[in-house]
Design a protein around this ligand. Structure first.
Ligand code: COA
Length: 243
């Protein structure tokens, strides 16, 4: 198995696990990611995505990419699964150690929250291989870091180090490698303490194109205003004895 999955009640930890190939994303890993999405669509939980052995992912598998055809490109093998990951109902946290290159970077861009270690090296070297970064980089990266910085990174194919990625807001925090997963779990703990439906609705509102606002959040809020959990949580606050 190239994707190791640990299921808990309120979260799933998925580890890209092909260390001998620097966790390069091949078809079997894409298939496993689709299976993971099926699990999380049926039973929504926070997802922590990480990589084994000090690497997140060194890209799509170049040995497979070299043989892919125009028809394969149009199928968007990685793009499709990264969109599915991005659209999971609950938050996706990428915990990134070391290299996140090419498709590995694009998988990280598909997450909602990115944290990393000081050894992070992130970027899209695709033009150096004679292809474009077609699994989300050209539209997600500008949304995350802005047009100018996305153009700088994608048009040069250069790699950002951890400090620059933090400065750009591409990752929201840096932690030593031993503290990376505990930090990701800390974020998942915070999420788990909130109402799951409110979290899912927040994510949906965040993902809605501008033209859909404000009607989308008003409708989502309408549902939440009638929910027993909203009433319970607000009553609990109002009746706190220690105020
Ligand atoms: N696809 C397929 N195989 C890959 C790979 C990828 N994206 N990245 C690494 N590998 C393989 C190497 O071919 C090598 O295999 P081998 O042992 O059978 O020869 C093995 O993983 C180890 O890679 P190596 O380059 O020796 O490791 P390193 O630690 O010296 O360097 C990287 C790590 C990430 C800097 C380097 O592997 C690299 O540049 N990878 C490609 C990055 C890239 O261009 N990604 C974009 C793809 S779209």
């Amino acid at each position: 198995m190239t994707l190791h999955i640990e299921e808990r009640d309120d979260r799933v930890v998925a580890t890209l696990d092909r260390p001998e190939k620097r966790n390069a994303i091949d078809q079997s890993m894409v298939n496993a990611l689709h299976e993971l999405c099926t699990i999380l669509e049926e039973s929504p939980r926070t997802l922590i995505l990480t990589g084994s052995d000090g690497v997140f992912a060194a890209g799509a598998d170049i040995a497979q990419l070299r043989d892919r055809t125009a028809e394969d490109a149009r199928r968007g093998i990685n793009a499709t699964v990264f969109i599915r990951i991005h659209e999971l109902p609950m938050p996706v946290i990428a915990a990134i150690d070391g290299y996140a290159l090419g498709g590995g970077a694009e998988l990280a861009y598909a997450a909602d929250i990115r944290i990393a270690t000081p050894s992070l090296r992130i970027g899209n070297p695709e033009p150096g291989l004679g292809i474009i970064a077609a699994a989300g980089a050209t539209w997600r990266l500008p949304e995350i870091v802005g047009d100018a910085r996305a153009s700088d990174l994608l048009l040069t194919g250069r790699t950002l180090d951890a400090e620059d990625a933090l400065r750009w807001g591409l990752v929201s925090a840096l932690h030593p490698a031993a503290e990376l997963l505990p930090a990701a779990h800390g974020i998942a703990d915070r999420i788990a303490a909130n109402d799951a439906l409110a979290t899912q609705h927040t994510k949906r509102a965040l993902r809605t194109p501008r033209a859909g606002h404000p009607s989308v959040e008003l409708e989502l809020q309408a549902e939440l205003f009638e929910s027993p959990e909203k009433h319970r949580r607000m009553t609990e606050f109002l009746e706190r004895k220690s105020r």
